[in-house]
Design a protein around this ligand. Structure first.
Ligand SMILES: C[S@@+](CC[C@H](N)C(=O)[O-])C[C@H]1O[C@@H](n2cnc3c(N)ncnc32)[C@H](O)[C@@H]1O
Length: 280
């Protein structure tokens, strides 16, 4: 059997199971098993595949056919400019979240020193990407999930940033510390009723701790804003992600807690996605 046969085999099974990205997924899964890239295997389609390798491939195709996201199967996700290790204990980083990084880079200079806090770090994708761009930044990453924090620590090591980030397993509600220049967060913001309406690949596989935030979806956003009021230096900035229809309520909570709203950034579907605000 050659690579092309394996890819066709995988694509056929995925297509039969209504996986829309059947060819791409089959190629990505094979490339990962061969420790190669999709581009490389597509230029070596006539190469022979060992039986053991093919059996491993079949097992992973069977996981994908049940809707498990490719990122969890291959344990990798590309975010911003970097690759991150991911597993079922962390949210798969989303392109929309990159807006937080864009905004941080816009409001800070390359050589400045800033103390940064990442609330709900998950895979660590945000703080690690920012520290890669801003070499004099340092900070803390907190998460209520110990298992998520282990993934973030692993990624920090992979990016040689383990000495610049400390990791704390704590609920933001209980976190008290010295003052920060910047706080970033992509908190859970799905309301309980909408959780069951999410696509299977999300609701059946991604950690609910990373998604669900009470009846209005604002439970964690409220906590982040209230705690940031105490954790930020005067004129410090909070940059955080919100869900659909959460802009007005988030603005109200911010104003009540003494924040000035600098900017609301929209995602590629023109939905308000990231708020940049200043503690007055
Ligand atoms: C939406 S995920 C974001 C993960 C990552 N920052 C990203 O953008 O891909 C939210 C994260 O917040 C964590 N979390 C949820 N509630 C929390 C709380 N009260 N305090 C600290 N972390 C919390 C979850 O465990 C999860 O890892």
């Amino acid at each position: 059997m050659i690579y092309l046969d394996a890819i066709n085999f995988g694509s056929k099974i995925l297509k039969q199971n209504d996986i829309i990205s059947y060819s791409l997924d089959s190629e990505l899964i094979l490339a990962n098993i061969l420790n190669s890239t999709r581009e490389k295997i597509l230029t070596s389609l006539d190469k022979k595949i060992a039986k053991q390798t093919f059996n491993k491939f079949k097992k992973q195709i069977n996981r994908r056919k049940l809707n498990e996201p490719v990122a969890y199967i291959i344990n990798k996700k590309f975010f911003w400019k970097y690759e991150f290790y991911v597993n079922k204990n962390v949210l798969i980083p989303r392109p929309d979240t990159e807006i937080i990084i864009e905004e941080v880079l816009k409001i800070t200079k390359e050589k400045t020193t800033k103390k940064l806090l990442d609330v709900g770090t998950g895979s660590g994708c945000l703080i690690i990407s920012i520290l890669n761009e801003r070499p004099n930044f340092y900070g803390k990453a907190i998460d209520i999930s110990k298992k998520a924090l282990n993934v973030a620590k692993y990624n920090a090591k992979m990016h040689h940033l383990e000495n610049k980030i400390s990791f704390i397993n704590i609920d933001i509600d209980k976190f008290n510390d010295n003052k920060y220049d910047l706080i970033i967060s992509n908190p859970p913001y799905i309301n309980r009723n909408n959780l069951m309406r999410l696509e299977d690949n999300v609701k059946l596989f991604e950690p609910h701790l990373a998604l669900e935030a009470g009846v209005d979806g604002l439970r964690e956003i409220k906590k982040v804003i209230k705690k940031s009021k105490n954790l930020l230096k005067k004129n410090g900035k909070l940059i955080f992600e919100i869900g659909i229809n959460q802009l007005n309520k988030s603005k109200n909570i911010l104003t009540k807690n003494g924040f000035y709203i600098n900017k609301v950034s929209k995602d590629i579907s023109s939905i308000p996605r990231v708020i940049v605000c200043t503690k007055l």
